[in-house]
Design a protein around this ligand. Structure first.
Ligand code: FES
Ligand code: CO
Length: 321
């Protein structure tokens, strides 16, 4: 695991919770390390995916009687990660050193979150989650062969809408962006009242200006709320730092109106993201440059500038240059 204290001491999504079934371990990858997930009812376990005996992947094993059993020689680990049975020596107490590397894990927003460290803060907020007026639709996951900060910065960028998402999220005849404010605080970035012309913002078939407000709560988690006349649409976006150059984006859209079946909305978000992926994967340098002298910045890039400044302030190294 690369030693980036900022990301080590943060929570990261590693799985969609419904995919972690009782009785079957699930493999994931976070910060260049393999992780095995398993559950006993509500209790979620996340360990380094490695049996201390001969280094086999525990995720290839099975869950039985609230234990995880290695597929190779059957070493049996309890929920605390301690080996309690070595089948070749049934009468011998397993050595205390025979234990798994255990991480903190929890289920929230329908995802499994893991941290390898000791975060000061809990899982990042998702204000629409408990707001019953918003209907939530899970989308993704989407793999980017790109750094996490590059993927987040693309999520924060509205000036690409008329070009990358022409006809869907923007119109090349109306590419201009208003002056808006992006504020940095120790907790992140908020960029308010960014106006974007969209051909059909709410499915009514009419073009309109919509207003975006973006909130960055963690180096790799952000959301926006967009509103036009009436309807509100929010999107929550969090990225798993798999490796410096590999990221997985997990998202929810949240809407306080309904005009289409969930499947259609998911298909739309998939299409939009697959428009973004080749663009983001093509960016060089691969790691997001935090030196503001690198690349060119204009007024309309305020959110990105604030994001880069904030990442410098908190000392993020993973995925940045
Ligand atoms: Fe796991 Fe031997 S490698 S029991
Ligand atoms: Co895009």
């Amino acid at each position: 695991m690369l030693n980036d204290p900022v990301l080590v001491n943060d929570w990261h999504v590693v799985a969609y919770a419904p995919n972690l079934k009782e009785g079957k371990p699930l493999a994931a990858r976070l910060l260049e390390e393999d992780i095995v997930l398993w559950r006993v009812g509500e209790r979620i376990h996340a360990w380094r995916d490695l049996c201390i005996h001969r280094g086999t992947r525990l995720s290839l094993g099975k869950v039985e009687n609230d234990t995880l059993i290695c597929p190779y020689h059957g070493w049996t680990y309890n929920e605390e990660g301690q080996c309690i049975r070595i089948p070749a020596h049934p009468n011998q107490q397993p050595p205390a050193k025979a234990c798994a590397k255990v991480y903190q894990a929890q289920e929230k927003y329908g995802w499994i979150w893991v941290t390898p460290g000791n975060p000061r803060k809990d899982v990042p907020e998702f204000p629409q989650w408990d707001d019953q007026s918003f209907h939530k639709i899970h989308c993704g996951p989407y793999t980017f062969k790109a750094s996490g900060p590059r993927a987040i910065e693309n999520f924060l960028d509205v000036t690409h809408f008329p070009f990358v998402h022409q006809g869907y999220l923007g119109d090349p005849n109306f590419p201009e962006i208003n002056d808006y404010e992006a504020e940095i605080s120790p907790d992140g970035v908020v960029a308010r009242d960014i106006m974007v012309w969209q051909p059909d913002p709410d499915g009514s078939g009419k073009g309109a200006y919509v207003t975006y407000t973006y909130t960055v709560t963690r180096p790799l988690t952000a959301y926006f709320v967009k509103s036009s006349e009436g309807p509100r649409f929010a999107m929550y976006f969090t990225v798993t730092p798999v490796a410096q150059d590999t990221s997985i984006a997990w998202t929810y859209v949240a809407m306080d109106y309904e005009n289409k079946p969930d499947e259609e909305i998911r298909a739309f978000e998939d299409m939009i993201t697959w428009q973004d992926v080749p663009i983001v994967e093509s960016q060089r340098p691969e790691l997001l440059p935090l030196d503001l002298q690198a690349e060119l910045h204009l007024r309309s890039d305020r959110t990105a500038i604030a994001y880069r400044k904030w990442l410098s302030q908190i000392g993020l190294t993973f995925g940045t240059a």
